[in-house]
Design a protein around this ligand. Sequence first.
Ligand SMILES: O=C(O)C(=O)C[C@]1(C(=O)O)C=C[C@@H](O)C=C1
Length: 259
Amino acid sequence: MDFMKPETVLELTNVRDALVRMEDTIVFAFIERSQFFSTPSVYTKNNFDIPDFDGTFLDWSLLQIERTQSQIRRYESPDELPFFPEQILSSFLPPLEYPPVLASYSDSLNINDEIKDLYVLNIIPLISAGEGEQPENLGSTVFCDVDCLQTLSRRIHFGKFVAEAKFRSETERFTKLIIDRDVAGIEDAITNSALEQTILQRLVKKGNAYGTDPTLKYSQNPQSKVSPEFIAKIYKDWIIPLTMRVEVEYLLRRLEDEK
Ligand SMILES: O=C(O)C(=O)C[C@]1(C(=O)O)C=C[C@@H](O)C=C1
């Protein structure tokens, strides 16, 4: 996929290849986070006395990182969406002129708040080293969280590219479903259960392979760092359903923007 060449972005096979590649990034991000305990103090609002800031240490860190990364043009890329869209900065570098691929309302479809909440509530308990915290690891923990959140956000919002590719290849079918506001029909049209099964099975294999020291492969009991079953569960319960939600929400508005 090359965002300068829209035809490559609108090819569903290319979009799916990118999603497969992101599995690696997500599995490794979870493995990095698994070194640390759950660390509740970084997710508790105003637990630390942060000057001029009302929120959690995670929020503060994420915001500082986004402000820096916005200046190196991270959010000009059509596949990156900030958690704090109102507070990012513009870059001193020349603006990037990507040819538009997605509909004009695409940036306003942003479910990052929801992704952050479910990450803290549901994903951390499954991937962290256990309950509790070590005071010397607050920064390292949050750094891993930012990585996990950015990669989850990119993966889930990639649903927009999936949806655009599907809309263009079956415009008539989707146009009818959109006019009828037929959410169940849209869900049905975008679901590929066989592909989901393949993804979940591959994740268990990746979790095992990436999370285990390869030199211990033939030992009695090589321990994987994050349970491969939990990785598959996180995809099944949250990542895939939210990707589909993004697809549906994107499609429901798609006729506003007939190009
Ligand atoms: O690849 C697709 O067609 C998608 O819609 C993406 C995705 C996923 O999140 O991986 C979501 C729903 C489908 O059932 C299969 C896969």
